[in-house]
Design a protein. Sequence first.
Length: 115
Amino acid sequence: QVQLVESGGGLVQAGGSLRLSCVASGRSISDYPMGWFRQAPGAEREFVGAITWNGGSRYYAGSVKGRFLISRDNAKNTVWLQMNSLKPEDTAVYYCNRLSQMFPWGQGTQVTVSS
């Protein structure tokens, strides 16, 4: 069973940057496209972006395109989310997971962007 552990969140001012990490254990994730998701208070969990199994392609939600970058290192079983030019509306708990047949969700990492 895969366990996902997200980290790297925190409090940052608008315009700042954060780099989130997602480390998987229990099983290799190298065969799977992986995604980042976020959930703001009172809102549904939403898709942020995804990366193919080999990192060859990336896809982003319109709200973060041009500001966020997903990368991965399959040897480290790790996926990252580089977030730049952060906005208060990016405030949420961020999670990583497969895009389908999802693994159990991790605890997520809180990102708070102050204006």
